[in-house]
Ligand binder design. Structure first.
Ligand code: NAD
Length: 479
């Protein structure tokens, strides 16, 4: 065997490259293999997150948000603007440049950390033998004491809605549009549907979101998801719940979307359709029959709480294993596994994984919702603070939304924090830190927050748990 490593990581997305860098930092001889290549055939690192996920979508969300502010958001502030326009080609070039900078940055980080990078397709065999196939058809065998699978996920497709990359597209295609469609259909009101639907709606498309479930954002706290639905509707997103898409057909320059709702079978005609009905773990061609790694019934690599698979010294992290498909969850798993291989004993705290939807307003949460606490029979108290009562939110005219803190009725330990409003993607980390350290609502209430700041909303919501909020009339009184 020509090359033998302490650790081989398969996949250079967030989960994989974090694992590789940390393993190498801890003195382990490490290789990282990824098959992603650009149009010129050059290897590109960073996986879905950097290339076709988090980073490009946030770039488009940010540009489209600034465009909509410049167009409609400054009235009443004393700012006058001329005719506001959007140049989609420049917007897309910005996005490409940012992605290129970041993916090159990851390559630089791996190099600086002495990680050996291979651009190849890897297959794991028995005894942690890894066979690489390069784009020119050549192959090479590597071996390692430990293998970490971090092969990520791919969009789910609906067979009756065949994607043609032109009119019926997935989330990757929706990041690449060269012009704003007049009418855009989105199948699925999940995170991707709402974020990409928001981008093109802000840029001028009529956006219709078709969602099979009757409930909007079922994993979020329902008080917030109901309020978020109202806000999205106000912005012009036409979200139709209880609407199951059954097929699409392309007719000339249009797409006819067939769906079923309470009224029966219906059709909708649009210019383009984004299929955003979820993602599935990617394991195709990754595991040879004798790898010893098992998949669960949903196709995820089967792992225990420490991300160990059924094969000795083979681990799996990120989207390819159970749990939310979130880059930061994969990063923590990658770090945890690398540290354990090096002899440390960290664990991932799955109770403290933040979720963020980068719409306007943003929605973010960590821990349990009221619905989950009720279902689990856990007695809790809650404190809610509306952002309309925040001095800083009023000063910047960003008063939509609220922050809710849920605490155990007996111990006062914080069990969940739910936020909707401007910049809550940043604020949620304060709640994550508090929960990670086992804080009570009282602990947060006794903490000094800078004034004026949006963070004070979290302080006030924590104080409201015991009826002590200062800037709202409390429902409860101090005992
Ligand atoms: P999702 O599971 O969040 O939402 C898909 C939605 O499609 C569901 O609500 C489902 O009911 C609906 N659906 C399925 N079949 C349908 C049909 N035939 N007709 C109508 N509706 C249908 O999936 P997603 O939005 O594609 O996102 C995939 C993954 O990527 C998620 O795990 C998500 O968390 C992750 N992601 C996260 C972020 C973020 O953190 N901001 C951003 C993008 C993606």
């Amino acid at each position: 065997m020509s090359d033998y490593f302490d650790v081989i990581v398969i996949g250079a997305g967030p989960a994989g490259y974090h694992a590789a860098i940390r393993a190498s930092q801890l003195g382990l001889k490490t290789a990282c293999i990824d098959k992603w290549v650009d149009a010129s055939g050059t290897g590109v690192l960073g996986g879905t997150c950097l290339n076709v996920g988090c980073i490009p979508s946030k770039t488009l969300l940010d540009i489209s948000h600034k465009y909509s502010l410049a167009k409609d958001g400054f009235s009443g502030l004393g700012i006058t603007t001329g005719k506001v326009g959007i140049d989609i080609a420049t917007m897309q070039k910005n996005k490409r440049d940012i992605v290129k900078g970041l993916t090159r940055g990851v390559a630089g980080l791996l190099k600086a950390n002495d990680v050996k990078v291979y651009t190849a397709t890897a297959e794991l065999g028995a005894g942690r033998k890894v066979t690489l196939t390069f784009t020119d058809g050549q192959s090479q065998e590597l071996g390692a004491d430990n293998v970490i699978l971090a092969t990520g996920s791919v969009p789910v497709d609906i067979p009756p809605c065949p994607m043609d990359g032109e009119r019926v597209i997935d989330s990757e295609g929706a990041l690449e549009l060269a012009a704003v469609p007049d009418r855009l259909g989105v199948i699925g009101a999940g995170v991707i549907g709402l974020e990409l639907g928001s981008v093109w709606s802000r840029l001028g498309a009529e956006v219709i979101v078709l969602e099979a479930l009757d409930e909007f954002l079922p994993n979020a706290d329902q008080q917030l998801s109901k309020e978020a639905a109202k806000q999205f509707k106000k912005q012009g997103l036409d979200i139709r719940l209880g609407t199951r898409v059954t097929g699409t057909r392309v007719e000339k320059n249009e797409v006819v979307v067939s769906y079923t709702d309470k009224q029966g079978d219906q059709e909708l005609v649009v210019d383009k359709v984004i299929v955003a009905v979820g993602r599935r773990p990617f394991t195709q061609g990754v595991l040879s029959a004798d790898s010893g790694v098992q998949l669960d019934e949903r196709g995820f690599v089967q792992v225990n709480d420490l991300c160990a698979t059924d094969a000795v010294s083979v681990f799996a992290v990120g989207d390819v294993v159970r749990g939310p498909m979130l880059a930061h969850k994969g990063m923590e798993e990658g770090i945890m596994v690398a540290e354990r291989i090096a002899g440390a004993k960290p664990v991932v705290n799955y109770e403290c994984v933040p979720s963020v939807i980068y719409t306007n307003p943003e929605v973010a949460w960590v821990g349990q919702s009221e619905e989950q606490l009720k279902a689990a029979g856990i007695a809790y108290t809650s404190g809610v603070f509306p952002m309309a009562a925040s001095g800083r939110a009023l000063a910047s005219k960003e008063t939509v939304g609220m922050i809710k803190v849920l605490a155990d009725a007996d111990s006062d330990q914080i069990l969940g924090v739910h936020m909707m409003g401007a910049h809550v993607s940043e604020l949620i980390s304060e709640a994550v830190i508090a929960m990670e350290f086992g804080a009570t609502a009282e602990d947060l209430g006794l903490t000094m927050f800078a004034h004026p700041s949006l963070s004070e909303g979290l302080h006030e919501a924590a104080l409201a748990v015991s009826g002590h909020a200062i800037h709202i009339s409390n429902r409860k009184k101090r005992k």
